[in-house]
Design a protein around this ligand. Structure first.
Ligand code: C2O
Ligand code: CU
Ligand code: CU
Length: 528
């Protein structure tokens, strides 16, 4: 048997403690045989190696996902119809890859909403397994939030081999998701959220952007139109012939959930895709661009930087975070972005000469995963955009507003299922029936989130939050603004102030390492 190579936490190796034994693995299989190719990545997980021939980096142009058109509009809402189906994409040049896509494409079509106007999306499921649509970052009623057991069954019918008691709100064939869009301009994304199977279903392609615009954003002199570009970064591995590799225990995704023991910490690919293209390039003018950067990977973190950096200073001017615009812009030489995180940034190409090539690199990667995409400064352009000193109305929450304090520890172990030690929250496995917190509608709460063993990016549905402290000190450089995901190192701790605004009902919070999420690192709160 071929022993896959593992990626270890730098911290774990240096500290000599905290080395993680993958499930079912014995200590002697912990170290890769035949070569010490240990990736120095801070992501929990194990790299799948492609056997397909991967292209030379920066030879495929960057695709931009199409913007969805409403099938109709009335005075209060825009209506969309999306069909979830199998598609065949040319991801690797000359090969066809089967994807599961919204409208059969990966990434799915970008939905653009206007704050204050409803967006109503009917999703039809033409796949052969149940799906669930979650609008990540959305402030939506429980029934439209994509609760993991609120399944949309395939139009062709569904006979589950899985007899565990999943007691959701079941839709047959299609479901209408009604989004009130009562929230400010922000970069959201929608993705699959089927209980126990989110990892493989997102990996196969069920992810797309959903942008919200509002007047405040529109009045800003930031780059617009063709210079406002969403970038969905993710990693995949490909088999000979071009199909995606994912180590599911049951590749049909209709029976036993979970991945092979070696991948329980996370599935990492060796090929970096941006908007579904491998290490693409994009021609730009020597002007400012706005990029909405999303890490849609299952388990990989990135630390992005420009190589070479612009002469005038920091590579990125951050204007927005997960939940919308910052109060004022923030400058970064590099940005660490965990799974599901969004950074809305301006890159100014005016300091580069025409013809210059600027690579977006990943400082947490190694070999192929150290590169993401390339910008080629192809032409001169006119630029009347700028980044104002003040961006938006930003209300800073204060700890004195917090009515309640809660603590959650994310770790491996503490509970078992079928003899396997899974990922837990406060030592417990996800159970759709058990609710562990009851925040009051509209309340601000202080949540202390801790991790053991490995890093975990923690995501809360419905509530937006602000990071109050990290490891008992100030928030980190990537914590600014309204967030819905906070990235924690192994043994890390953060306190967040979360506002449970919007709707009563049951919602989840979970680790956004999708393999951890699928293997029980999820919990419920109910807004009352
Ligand atoms: Cu992006 Cu509960 O997920
Ligand atoms: Cu979410
Ligand atoms: Cu995790």
């Amino acid at each position: 048997m071929k022993i896959p190579r593992r990626e270890f936490l730098k911290l774990g190796l240096v500290g000599g403690a905290g080395l993680i034994l993958p499930f079912g693995a014995s200590a002697c299989s912990l170290f890769p045989k035949g070569g010490a190719n240990v990736e120095t990545d801070s992501s929990a997980g194990n790299v799948l190696r492609s056997t397909a021939r991967l292209p030379e980096p920066f030879t495929v142009p960057l695709p931009i996902p199409p913007v969805a058109k409403p099938v109709r509009s009335d005075s209060i809402a825009d209506y969309y119809e999306i069909t979830q189906k199998v598609g065949h994409a040319e991801i690797l040049p000359g090969m066809k890859t089967e994807v599961w896509g919204y409208d059969g494409i990966f990434p799915g079509p970008t939905i653009e909403s206007r704050s204050g106007r409803r967006t109503i999306v009917t999703h039809r499921n033409e796949l052969h397994v149940p799906t669930v649509v979650h609008l990540h970052g959305g402030k939506n009623p429980h029934e439209y939030d994509g609760y993991p057991t609120n399944l949309v069954l395939p139009v062709g019918g569904w006979h589950s081999k899985d007899h565990s008691s999943h007691s959701g709100d079941i839709s047959k064939g299609a479901k209408e998701y009604i989004y009130p869009v009562d929230q400010p301009a922000a970069t959201l994304w929608y993705h699959d959220h089927r209980m126990d199977f989110t990892g493989p279903q997102v990996y196969k392609g069920l992810a797309g952007f959903h942008l919200i615009h509002d007047d405040e954003e529109e009045r800003l002199p930031l780059p617009k139109g063709e210079r406002d570009i969403p970038l969905m970064i993710c990693d995949r591995a490909f088999a000979e012939g071009g199909s995606m590799i994912y180590p599911s225990l049951d590749p049909s995704l209709s029976g036993r959930p979970g991945v092979k023991p070696d991948y329980m910490s996370g599935v990492l690919g060796d090929c970096i895709l941006v908007n579904g293209a491998p290490w693409p390039y994009m021609e730009v003018t020597n002007t400012r661009y706005r990029f909405r950067i999303l890490n849609a990977s299952n388990a990989r973190r990135y630390k992005i930087a420009l190589d070479p950096p612009p002469k005038q200073g920091p590579s990125f001017i951050q204007v927005g975070s997960d939940g919308g615009l910052l109060g004022k812009p923030l400058h970064h030489y590099e940005i660490q972005i965990a799974q599901a995180g969004r950074f809305d940034v301006i890159i100014d190409f005016s300091g580069y000469s025409i013809g210059e090539k600027v690579t977006l690199v990943n400082r947490l990667g190694d070999g192929g995963t150290a590169r993401i995409m390339r910008f080629v400064v192809a032409r001169k352009g006119n630029d009347d955009s700028h980044v104002p000193r003040r961006l938006g109305d930003y209300e800073s929450l204060s700890p004195s507003q917090a009515k309640e304090t809660r603590e959650f520890t994310f770790q491996r172990g503490g509970a078992e299922r079928n003899g396997m030690t899974l990922w837990t929250v406060n030592g417990k496995l996800f159970d759709p029936q058990r609710i562990d917190a009851y925040p009051r509608l509209g309340a601000v709460e202080r949540w202390k989130i801790r991790t053991l063993n490995v890093p975990h990016p923690i995501h809360i549905h419905l509530a937006r939050f602000q990071v109050l402290s990290r490891d008992n000190g100030a928030p980190g450089p990537y914590d600014a603004g309204w967030k819905d995901t906070v990235d924690l190192d192994s043994g890390g701790e953060a306190e967040v102030l979360a506002k449970f605004d919007g709707y009563r009902g049951k919602y989840v919070f979970h680790c956004h390492n999708l393999e951890h999420e699928d293997m029980a690192m999820m919990d419920n709160f109910e807004v009352v």
